[in-house]
Design a protein around this ligand. Sequence first.
Ligand SMILES: Nc1nc2c(ncn2[C@@H]2O[C@H](COP(=O)(O)OP(=O)(O)O)[C@@H](O)[C@H]2O)c(=O)[nH]1
Ligand SMILES: [Mg+2]
Length: 386
Amino acid sequence: MRRRVCPRCLEPLTAPVWRDVTGAPARPPVERRGRWQRLVDPLRTDPPPAPSARDAAGAAAASVVPTCPRGHRLPPEYLERPTLVVGLVGLTGASKSTYLTVLIDLLHEGALAPLGVSVEMDEESAARFDDHRYRLLVQRQQLPLTLPLLGGGSSPDPFMLVLRGTGGGPAVNLVFFDASGEQLYRSEDMGQYGRFLYAASSLLVVLSPGVFPRLRPVADPGEDAIGLARHTQMVVNLATVLRAARGLPPDAHLDDVATAVVLSKADKLRGVPDFPAGTLRDPDLRAVPLASWFADVRATSSQLVDFLEASGGSNLLTAVLHRLPQPTVHAVSATGADARDGGYPRIAPVGVLDPLLVLLARAGLLPADGLDPEEQDTGPRRGWSW
Ligand SMILES: Nc1nc2c(ncn2[C@@H]2O[C@H](COP(=O)(O)OP(=O)(O)O)[C@@H](O)[C@H]2O)c(=O)[nH]1
Ligand SMILES: [Mg+2]
């Protein structure tokens, strides 16, 4: 949350570089500084203020735009807001893209309104998101495979959202990276992946039920062939990279990252006799206080851990619980049903919001009361005041 990064290349940012239409560095739009500002400027230790909407409008008229040092365009006022970077990690087919599309759609539709938070999307992200949304939510078709990252230190294009307190409270950038767990293996990918994990303060680890030995009957084609050991190794590698990116030893405590584990495609588990079906549900945030919902999330998370351990996943769960920071496990169905012949009979998401609520609370953007039992007696914990 403290660090400011370019949402495209994750380069740390202090002040934007202004560029003209040819990409050449240019003078920023005229700053009208009063006498007072000139007096206090030498006293400032933090970076100069980012361009205001008015500056940006003036600059746009003069074809000058704020960019990061590498030339990526920054949305107006981006640097004025703290940024929460959320990375999705999981092997191909885990449901990362499907889950993210449904999650962003719910956020856009006002899912956080009961908590006093509104959500907007950056113009460029919105254009890319619309393609996915149209395909999945309107045409009810399966999404295409996500292309692997390109070389040369590039990172996947993120989806950039802005969360804003509906009562005129402060705003936060929420940046989602839909990346792939395959790229935690190859050392040549680590540079890129390391960059991304260095900036990520929250991780969504997406696991499909079909990879657990006892749940193979619900596996999607090809899923059971990947093997559980590969997933365990993905979690171990992820934990190593997270610590290495921070210069920490392999078993060090991580206090600036939180993880939520998404047990995806949980609609397939409804027919499994000992699946704790009560864990697949949505909160009614208007009726239930967040603290009691989080207490519930804690209880369902341990039920899911038991279920997955009994499903042959004890090695994987040990890696998740011992190596990832503050993990909670969530049953999620992005689509509500299996696809047939490339299309879904309907799209009825369940449990999609929970993992994000936990990550927002861990990042201090929502009160985290109820999430950790040992801290229950310390009185209410404040989140960001929306
Ligand atoms: N039954 C069910 N299948 C899903 C769900 N989400 C994804 N899938 C299936 O999993 C496939 C892979 O999903 P995708 O989002 O592309 O996975 P990614 O590689 O992790 O991005 C989809 O094409 C669907 O067939 C879900 O919520 N329920
Ligand atoms: Mg994908």
